[in-house]
Design a protein around this ligand. Structure first.
Ligand code: PMP
Length: 290
């Protein structure tokens, strides 16, 4: 595997960052997770735009333009001869002294890894997930804003551990007001009487690119979509529930906190959106080229 680090490609053993990199010392940096399908990088521009927005929010100057970052991403997939891939972009504050002040960091570190794709087990999609609401609430807007895709993911990791401790694969995280925010690495939707309901971005969720794509697909196929605050009650009493993310795509959830959602099987709207999303990934995106 060839890994892009600060403009050059290195083998897996040689692709390294310093122990003084503030990405490691303080989680000071931003990242993206992107997928390539069938020789194209899906929603590349949206991911690069979000990377730059995250960087702006933490006053991190990425030493490349949007176009250069898109090109470097495509190049990394191409040199690894991958047509389907999971791509990780990381920009850290860079190497500095042990103090947390980012002023000691002179140059951000840019890393691009194009890995082979690890698909989620097929049973997740066929049977559906069992979710649990966890005690760790999603970060407040005025702490680490959940819209920032930062390297500081402990909030989500704690929620994931709590879900795992409860014997579940995935968690629902509430915000400080008690409304549904999102899952640990995915956005959440419910379906009620044929309408999709999704927590607004102001409910403390990442501005999910799959979330947006699914909203657009649903509207194109004649479904109504409402961005509205949801409580756990709404989720328990939904006809269907599903989660969305670049890695997971669209995954049905059939049980929440021990309550069976709808029929307890992936519902027709969810199945339709899984199908339409997969179809879209196969035909759109930035071509990787030969
Ligand atoms: N929420 C969180 C906290 C995430 O980390 C992610 C991405 N892994 C998502 C939602 C889904 O976002 P996207 O659809 O852009 O991958």
């Amino acid at each position: 595997m060839k890994i892009f680090v600060d403009g050059k490609f290195y083998g897996e053993r040689d692709a390294k960052v310093s122990v003084f990199d503030h990405g490691l010392l303080y989680g000071d940096g931003v990242f993206e997770g992107i997928r390539a399908y069938n020789g194209r990088v899906f929603k590349l521009k949206e991911h690069i735009d979000r990377l730059f927005c995250s960087a702006k929010a933490i006053l991190l100057d990425i030493p490349m333009t949007h176009a250069e970052m898109m090109q470097a991403t495509i190049e990394t997939v191409r040199v690894n001869k991958l047509r389907d891939s999971y791509i990780r972009l990381v920009v850290t504050r860079g190497v500095g002294s042990l103090g947390l002040n980012p002023r000691s960091c002179k140059k951000p570190t840019v890393i691009i890894i194009a890995a082979t794709i690890q698909l989620y087990p097929a049973e997740y999609y066929q049977r559906g997930l069992d979710l649990v609401t966890v005690p760790t609430t999603r970060n407040l807007q005025n702490s680490i804003n959940p819209a920032i895709k930062s390297l500081n993911y402990l909030n989500n990791i704690l929620a994931k551990i709590e879900a795992n401790n409860a014997g579940m694969e995935e968690a629902i995280m509430l915000n400080a007001e008690g409304f549904v925010a999102e899952c640990t690495g995915d956005n959440i939707f419910i379906v009620k009487n044929g309408t999709l309901f999704v927590p607004p971005l102001s409910a403390c969720a990442l501005y999910g690119i799959t979330r947006q794509t699914v909203i657009e697909l649903a509207l194109q196929h004649g479904f109504k979509v409402s961005e509205t605050n949801l409580t756990r009650y709404d989720v328990y009493n939904a006809d269907e529930c599903f989660i969305t993310g670049s890695a997971a795509e669209v995954v049905p959830a059939v049980k929440v906190d021990g309550r069976v959602v709808g029929t307890g099987k992936p519902g027709p709207v969810t199945l339709k959106l899984i199908k339409e999303y997969r179809a879209l990934t196969q035909i759109s995106g930035e071509p990787i080229g030969k």
